[in-house]
Design a protein around this ligand. Sequence first.
Ligand code: NDP
Ligand code: GDR
Length: 345
Amino acid sequence: MKKRAVVTGITGQDGAYLAQLLLGKGYVVYGTYRRTSSVNFWRIEELGIQDNPDLHLVEYDLTDLGSSLGLIKTAEPDEVYNLAAQSFVGVSFDQPTTTAQITAIGALHLLEAIRLINPKIKFYQASTSEMFGKVQAIPQVEDTPFYPRSPYGVAKLYAHWITVNYRESYGIFGSSGILFNHESPLRGREFVTRKITDSVAKIKLGKLDVLELGNLDAKRDWGFAKEYVEGMWLMLQAAEPDTFVLATNRTETVRDFVRMAFKGAGIAIDFKGSGEAESAVDTATGKTVMRINSKYYRPAEVELLIGDPARAKAKLGWEPKTTLEQLCQMMVEADLRRNAQGFSF
Ligand code: NDP
Ligand code: GDR
């Protein structure tokens, strides 16, 4: 009998990579997408898994309890990976209620469906380093106190604790992965790394003059998404449910990533000025290729994230392999290729 898995949010970065991984391991996968006027499956198409006979695409909305009950009844899964969320921190300040309904209460809907229909189903919750927010220790580990700094971080904290609570109250195998930022060529263009690599590609090809960004001083621990979804799977294969940090234990500023991406496209830049007057010029042409636009600043910022994945290494045998330089180069090359072909999602 093939194992069966539900992956909520298959239209997102992690959902696509995880579905690919599970199909490769012989699972039957129920991947969920939302009804919209124009559903976009570009990621699963880019991975070439859209026509796999073991992949079932199911219309689903996390905010609807009935939809969660229906999903669990129909799919009869062994494992549920809850990756769906309103996942953009910036938007969560403008849409805090929607963010809470999707990102916090949505996880509860799935746990309730599991509790009511089959409490033996294993559950993975996509928790986040944003829960550490205004960090209380360096590096951050599973037991570092949380201090979220955005409506998104607060909503994720609820989902994290309700997972722990259902584990302790009902014996549900619920594991929570506290994942630090992970990126890839499939990353959404609103997130800073992909925004940078896509814009750098457009600048290189003469399709854009200037990249506009917000806070360049923010430091992030960036890893490769394809490796992080393996960690999710490993968490549900462990003997006991638990909470695990997945991270690289290296942190760099957004400014560093900008420099790396331009270099990856063969453009040397110099930064000048500071604060909102900071910019970067192409040293070969003298043209300004990056400037600050204050609209990209957030009402509250997470200044520094760096995680220690020692528990995941010891208990799951998981560790990151791809360096930030390799990851950035992979993203720049994918965006150069897409933009040269005249499209970019
Ligand atoms: P994406 O934003 O790429 O994907 C989010 C997915 O959630 C999309 O498929 C989206 O569908 C779906 N979704 C949003 N709202 C709903 C809803 N109401 N009902 C059903 N589905 C919905 O995120 P990532 O793939 O990057 O991240 C996956 C998960 O991991 C998220 O929960 C995120 O918060 C979390 N996370 C991500 C990290 C990262 O660095 N990438 C780090 C730590 C945690 P649609 O396409 O229709 O919008
Ligand atoms: P983050 O990722 O908020 O860490 O959340 P994002 O890439 O959006 O921001 C990273 C940092 O870059 C700064 N920044 C900008 N960010 C964006 N998006 N656009 C800009 O123009 C810009 N300029 C500077 C931000 O202020 C921030 O400090 C991601 C998401 O995937 C979450 O779902 C996930 O939980 C966390 O990572 C871990």
